[in-house]
Design a protein around this ligand. Structure first.
Ligand SMILES: Cc1cc2nc3c(=O)[nH]c(=O)nc-3n(C[C@H](O)[C@H](O)[C@H](O)COP(=O)(O)OP(=O)(O)OC[C@H]3O[C@@H](n4cnc5c(N)ncnc54)[C@H](O)[C@@H]3O)c2cc1C
Length: 234
């Protein structure tokens, strides 16, 4: 179904998710009950915030969640900076929904390996929540998640429920100095070699910067992944 765009989104609530990262729950203006937008997990919203240059924010909510959720990091980008400071009741414009997202229906029966860095956890969470709502369709679900420091991890309240649902979660930080951290350090790609040998027929779902995606793709291909078993959301 083609969505009518642009739409006005109203901020329903704002939550501090991690250092300089806030989660915004939003609803299309006039929506009753659920948000009613059609999107694929991992797709990205192009938002007009005030008069700033429009910017991309991946949906962090699964399509079947009641509200739309976006993760916003405070960066130098003017739209991110302005949205980061917005409060309940304020409005933004959804100009379009972009990227192909992750078509999980085509991956039934396979092990899912999510690989995400930074705010790439937003599209990861969208697809993971969708996959967990139909977990019998998939094999093992692995989440590899990298951030700068322990304070930069989002969804710390939710990760326990991911593990309780059988998800193998591995986290890595790239700047350990000054933190108590007994886990691994480095970039998220370094975790791949620890989990991949134990999987059968896996597909990788990669969420990150262009550089991270290129490096992860190379690493996966060196480890024997076929190009079509490496998916990105945009
Ligand atoms: C399609 C699209 C969607 C976007 N969605 C959002 C969104 O939902 N929310 C938002 O705030 N911004 C979004 N942006 C904007 C963009 O991602 C911002 O630059 C972002 O906020 C940067 O912060 P970060 O936390 O993702 O990454 P960073 O803070 O730069 O990095 C996070 C972690 O990744 C590690 N890292 C750095 N380089 C690599 C590498 N090469 N390989 C592996 N790990 C590495 C870092 O060390 C750190 O651990 C989007 C942009 C595009 C193009």
């Amino acid at each position: 179904m083609k969505e009518e765009m642009p739409r006005t989104l109203v901020i329903r609530s704002v939550l501090e998710e991690a250092r300089e990262i806030r989660a915004f729950d939003m609803m299309p203006e006039g929506a009753r009950g659920a948000h009613g937008l059609a999107y694929t997990p991992g797709q990205v919203a192009l938002l007009q915030v005030g008069a700033e240059q429009p910017a991309y924010f991946a949906f962090a909510s699964a399509p079947e969640d009641e509200e739309l959720e976006l993760l916003v990091k405070r960066t130098d980008d003017p739209a991110s900076r302005m949205l980061y400071e917005m409060k309940e009741g304020e409005r933004v414009r959804l100009l379009k929904i972009a990227g192909h997202g992750f078509a999980l229906d085509g991956q039934k029966g396979r092990d899912l390996v999510f690989v995400a860095m930074g705010t790439g956890v937003a599209p990861l969470r969208s697809a993971l929540r969708h996959a967990l709502s139909r977990a019998d369709d998939f094999g093992q679900i692995v989440v590899l998640y990298g951030a700068r420091t322990p304070d930069d991890f989002c969804y710390r309240d939710e990760t326990e429920s991911w593990k309780a649902a059988g998800v193998e979660l591995r986290q890595v930080i790239s700047r350990p100095d000054g933190y108590e951290w007994s886990g691994q350090t480095g970039y998220v790609q370094s975790l791949l070699e620890h989990v991949l040998p134990n999987l059968s027929n896996p597909v990788a779902l990669v969420c990150g910067s262009r550089e991270m995606i290129a490096q992860t793709r190379d690493r996966l291909q060196e480890m024997g992944f076929a190009p079509e078993a490496i998916l990105t959301n945009y």
